[in-house]
Design a protein around this ligand. Structure first.
Ligand code: FES
Length: 145
C-alpha cells in the first residue's frame, strides 16, 4: 500500500517529533514550539547582542521600572535549544531586580530546562551572558544619564 503525499509528510513529522522527544526535555520542546518571549522591544532600557563561540547570535531587550525587569524579549539566529534557552532566561528575568540578573547563570537555565544535550549546553551560556550584558547596558546607561 502506498501513502498519499499528506500521509507521508505526516509520518515524517511524527518521526521527527519522536526523535525530538527522545533528545530534549518537555520544558525545551514547550519553549521551542511556542517561544512566548521571542521578539523585540522598541527603545529598550537595556540591550545586548552577543555572538557565541558556535557563530550563533542572541539579542536581549529589557524594560526596567524601579530597578525591576517588567518586560524581556530575545531574538536569535540559533538552533532550537538556543530558542528554548533564550525563552527560559526571559522567564527567569521577569520581575527580578537588575542586581539579581547576574544570578541567572548557565547552570540555572540548564536546570530549569531539564538539561540539554552536552553539545548544546553552550546555548544556555549564550542566553545567560547576553541577558547579563543587557542588564549591564541598562546600569551603564543609567549612570551616564
Ligand atoms: Fe550555538 Fe545554540 S547557541 S548551537
Amino acid at each position: 500500500m502506498s501513502l498519499s503525499f499528506d500521509e507521508a509528510v505526516n509520518e515524517i513529522q511524527q518521526a521527527i517529533d519522536r526523535d525530538a522527544r527522545n533528545t530534549y526535555s518537555e520544558e525545551v520542546l514547550k519553549r521551542f514550539y511556542d517561544p512566548k518571549y521571542m521578539g523585540k522591544i522598541t527603545d529598550p532600557h537595556g540591550y545586548a547582542k552577543i555572538k557565541g563561540s558556535c557563530g550563533d547570535s542572541m539579542e536581549f531587550f529589557l524594560t526596567v521600572h524601579d530597578e525591576k525587569i517588567t518586560a524581556a524579549q530575545f531574538m536569535t539566529d540559533g538552533c532550537a535549544t538556543t530558542i528554548a534557552a533564550g525563552s527560559m532566561a526571559c522567564e527567569l528575568a521577569m520581575g527580578k531586580t537588575i542586581k539579581d540578573i547576574p544570578k541567572i547563570s548557565q547552570g540555572e537555565i540548564l536546570s530549569k530546562l531539564g538539561g540539554l544535550p552536552e553539545e548544546n549546553e553552550h546555548c544556555a551560556l549564550l542566553a545567560s551572558d547576553t541577558l547579563i550584558c543587557a542588564a549591564n547596558n541598562y546600569s551603564e546607561s543609567k549612570k551616564s544619564s
